[in-house]
Design a protein around this ligand. Structure first.
Ligand SMILES: [Cu+2]
Length: 486
């Protein structure tokens, strides 16, 4: 029995030697009148707000203006966003622990709705929401002391709260510890959020908010930085081999938890939930709705590294993909390029990106524009199985190149894309007996464009297929079984 206290003491000592759980010292009192006053420097996504570089507290003035604006949600798809400052996410704010933050919220007179702001960095009722309830054409103000270091989500909390967040009203505020964060070479600001449009993913036109889908947590879009493709192609995040990259990753929600992952990278440091204590050697970090994380890594080899929510249908079917393009010398000892299989995503995504870079706006209905859009769909999806040159794989995937089966019957080809195909088929004299999944999640335009593309590429020549043809076949197809939702 006497051994027990000894054992406990030994355990305690071991704990002290290993992980420390020291809390930062309490903050000294302030005399607001003596504080220097500084205007906050904000970060517009994907740029993070710069470090404060201060060693003493200040009174930081933050000015945010709410704007209700129609913006592109995807190419050819518009949505009425409610925003802090005109963009989704709102600007990143950065202050230092101990600062006094004077927050001004202006609601533009052209807006239709009242709005407010709840900052998770605030200690006080509603995080500021009740003090900042602001009608259109008004402005409000309140002041809070940044007591805890960390990276915090802010969002609008006006009823219906989920709708205000879902429409784009969220952002991040970083509260640096007194000593600042360790310096890095590049800092980026990325926020995930869902959009509950009435129409399906990439269905063109101005899309209204769909409350039933929001309640069912069934978004058409899950995107980074407010838009399908916000970090793709020309908008990819640049970096160089050997640079330390820090991503401030926030999740506005309103509903879904993110499994943040960078394909081909390992986070060597993560501050889970953007708290004080780092973790190391992490593949995927969970970021709750209304939460954030800091992820850091040093790309060792060049290439395109794909940011995803690893709930992976969100990435490839709802928009939750971004890209980090790393330039610099190869290091074959770390990654030997020659061993890549052609269909490996790392190789394919580079070609797919090339095609995506050149995608013209959907309004443009020239054959050339349709072919370019069709190519993007082909590269992004069909080529996974039918191969980059549509040559297929003997006895597994039939070719689309010079395929007699494809060219014989346009209606049948629409049916195959919408409904999939299984059982024995004979293409150019060879039989195949495999399964193609239905790809009905593509819009009528996308299916018409990709079929027009394959019917006029790889040695094929045939009449284009119109979106109306696809719509007609879709209308005749049996409806999918209803899901478990009421
Ligand atoms: Cu609002």
């Amino acid at each position: 029995m006497r051994a027990l206290p000894l054992l406990l003491a030994a355990l305690l000592a071991a704990c002290r030697a290993g992980v420390s759980d020291e809390r930062p010292r309490p903050l000294a009192d302030l005399d607001p009148a003596k504080l220097p006053v500084v205007e906050a420097t904000l970060g517009q996504a994907p740029e993070a707000a710069p470090p404060t570089k201060r060693t003493a507290p200040a009174k930081v003035v933050v000015k945010l203006e709410v704007r209700e604006v129609v913006k592109d949600l995807a190419d050819g798809v518009q949505y009425t966003f409610w925003t802090f400052g005109g963009n989704v996410p709102g600007p990143m704010i950065r202050v230092r622990r101990g600062d006094l933050v004077e927050l001004h919220l202006a609601n533009h007179p052209n807006n239709a709705m009242p709005h407010n702001i709840d900052l998770h960095a605030v200690t006080g009722p509603g995080g500021g929401a009740s003090s900042t309830f602001t009608a259109p054409g008004h402005q409000t103000q309140f002041t809070f002391r940044a007591l805890n270091a960390g990276v915090y989500v802010y969002h609008c909390a006006t009823a219906p709260v989920g709708m205000h967040i879902g429409n784009g009203m969220y952002g991040l505020i970083a509260v640096e510890p007194e000593a600042g964060l360790p310096p890095v070479d590049r800092e980026y600001y990325v926020m995930q959020g869902e959009v509950y449009t009435h129409g399906a993913f990439r269905e063109p036109g101005l899309q209204p908010f769909d409350m039933a889908r929001a309640i069912h947590e069934d978004p058409a879009y899950v995107v980074f930085n407010g838009r399908d493709g916000a970090l793709i192609g020309d908008r990819a995040l640049p970096a160089n081999v050997g640079e330390r990259v820090r991503v401030f990753f926030g999740n506005g929600g309103p509903n879904l938890v993110s499994s943040f992952h960078v394909i081909g990278e390992i986070f060597d440091t993560v501050y889970p939930e953007a708290g004080a204590r780092p973790n190391h050697d992490v593949q995927t970090t969970l970021v709750p709705a209304g939460g954030a994380a800091i992820a850091e890594f040093v790309p060792e080899v060049p290439g395109t590294f794909v940011l995803v929510d690893h709930s992976i249908f969100r990435a490839f079917n709802k928009g939750a993909v971004g890209m980090l393009k790393v330039a610099g010398p190869e290091n074959k000892l770390i990654y030997s390029g020659q061993e890549i299989d052609e269909v490996y995503l790392g190789e394919r995504s580079a070609k797919a990106t090339e095609a995506l870079d050149k995608v013209p706006a959907p309004e443009s209905d020239t054959l050339e524009a349709r072919m370019a859009r069709g190519k993007a769909v082909f590269m992004g999806t069909c080529s996974t199985c039918h191969q980059l040159e549509a040559q297929g794989i003997p006895s597994v995937f039939p070719p689309l190149a010079k395929s007699d089966f494809l060219m014989a019957d346009p209606r049948r080809s629409i049916h195959i894309v919408l409904g999939g195909l299984q059982g024995e088929v004979t293409v150019n004299g060879q039989t195949y007996n495999n399964v193609m999944p239905p790809l009905a999640n593509f819009t009528d335009h996308e299916i018409a464009d990709v079929l027009t593309y394959v019917r006029n590429s790889f040695g094929n020549q045939g009449a284009p297929i119109a979106p109306e043809d696809v719509a007609a076949v879709r209308a005749e197809m049996p409806k999918p079984a209803p899901t478990g939702h009421p």
